[in-house]
Design a protein around this ligand. Sequence first.
Ligand code: GSH
Length: 211
Amino acid sequence: MVLYDYFRSSAAYRVRIALNLKGLAATHRSIHLRKGEQRAAVYLEVNPQGLVPTLVVDGTSLTQSLAIIEYLEEKHPSPALLPKDAADRAWVRAIALVIACDIHPLNNLRVLKYLDRELQVDEPKRDEWYRHWLRQGFEAIESQLAARATGAFCFGASPTLADICLVPQVANAARVKLPMEPYPRIRAVNATCLALPAFDRARPEVHPDAE
Ligand SMILES: N[C@@H](CCC(=O)N[C@@H](CS)C(=O)NCC(=O)O)C(=O)O
């Protein structure tokens, strides 16, 4: 397998965690987002959206981090990243989707660049935009965890897709200095996860391309 990623991409960070949890190895190929390598013709052949991550398996390109993780889950079911019960699975996926569909797309590099270049929104206002959507999402997740979480992770006693999405989003929140005091449950889950080697080894700071 070949993983096209970028150290600071939180979507790629999700896939790095999932690969580590499953004990799977992938050759790493760097796509430098700040240098615009995601829009190079050669990469668009691999991923027509011009986004990372892409996981190439036996010559087939898999795109979209959640689709990639669900593929890994189906092909390598152990350890499971989704609970057995259908309602529990829906709950775990819902947490993941708050992040992947409702927070992350609003704060993606191309959106921030559009705010900057097309709409002339300055950096402090862009950071406030970023924090605004993070706050909305984290408030919801904090309430969801309060209502339902029973263990040290988002769900139960082992990491799931929800934790895989949450930890990279908390890393993004730190980059824009979002105060985390209002989210004690998110902070606790984040600390629990980062104590595991699979999460720790996927961090942007220890990525071979970290700057
Ligand atoms: N929904 C996609 C999002 C992928 C995505 O937006 N990746 C970002 C990095 S986290 C990216 O490649 N951004 C490049 C850009 O905005 O130009 C996924 O989950 O894989």
